[in-house]
Design a protein around this ligand. Structure first.
Ligand SMILES: [Ca+2]
Length: 198
């Protein structure tokens, strides 16, 4: 009798171990793993996985800052249309007649290519963001400051040369930063190292 009970206990323990092994700590893909979050410079959720925007977007085309206090700061999508639908961006946020791209109300959107071409990274919380942390340094070529406040791009300079900056009005769009003159010659295309959102 004792032996049988022991065997049953062992079987139960085995079953528990199998269950524990087969079930991840977070069975819901939408819940990020805390250790992954801590290891990433800029953790973002993309297709149920935590990625680090500073390292690799892993094919994501639109990474959207979430409301303050969100469990994870950025959520990424495979294209802008999917992002716009998931984030409930208003149609008013669409740029141009083709609606190829969009930028949600309250967001400062930076696009890697002119004409609002993706990848896109957007910010909707006031703050100062180093774009290297988003794998976006020296990449922005167009933008839409779809906010009620001004936003600023900064280009880092070294030595005695002051950093350069340019500020955009609320709702301002720039189709092509290659048409925006840079203080020391050239243009603002692929120059921005930091964005300041107010
Ligand atoms: Ca730069």
């Amino acid at each position: 009798m004792y032996r049988t009970a022991q065997n049953i206990a062992a079987m139960c323990l085995g079953a528990v171990i199998v269950l524990a092994t087969a079930t991840p700590a977070f069975s819901d893909d939408s819940v990020p793993n805390p250790s992954e979050l801590a290891a990433a410079t800029t953790p973002a959720l993309y297709q149920g996985e935590v990625i680090d925007l500073a390292e690799d977007w892993e094919g994501a085309q639109a990474c959207i800052q979430q409301e303050a206090g969100a469990l994870i700061e950025f959520v990424c999508y495979e294209d802008v249309a999917t992002a716009a639908a998931a984030e409930s961006w208003e149609e008013a946020g669409e740029i141009g007649a083709s609606s190829l791209s969009s930028c949600g109300a309250g967001h400062m959107c930076l696009y890697q290519f002119k004409g609002y071409g993706t990848p896109l990274v957007s910010f909707n919380q006031p703050g100062t963001y180093n774009l290297a942390d988003k794998f976006f340094r020296d990449r922005a070529s167009s933008l839409y400051n779809n906010r009620s406040t001004k936003s600023t791009l900064v280009d880092f300079r070294s030595g005695i040369i002051r950093d350069r900056s340019i500020t955009f009005d609320p709702r301002q769009t720039i189709y092509d930063l290659a048409h925006v003159a840079y203080p020391d010659g050239g243009t603002w295309d692929n120059k921005a190292d930091r964005v300041i959102v107010r």
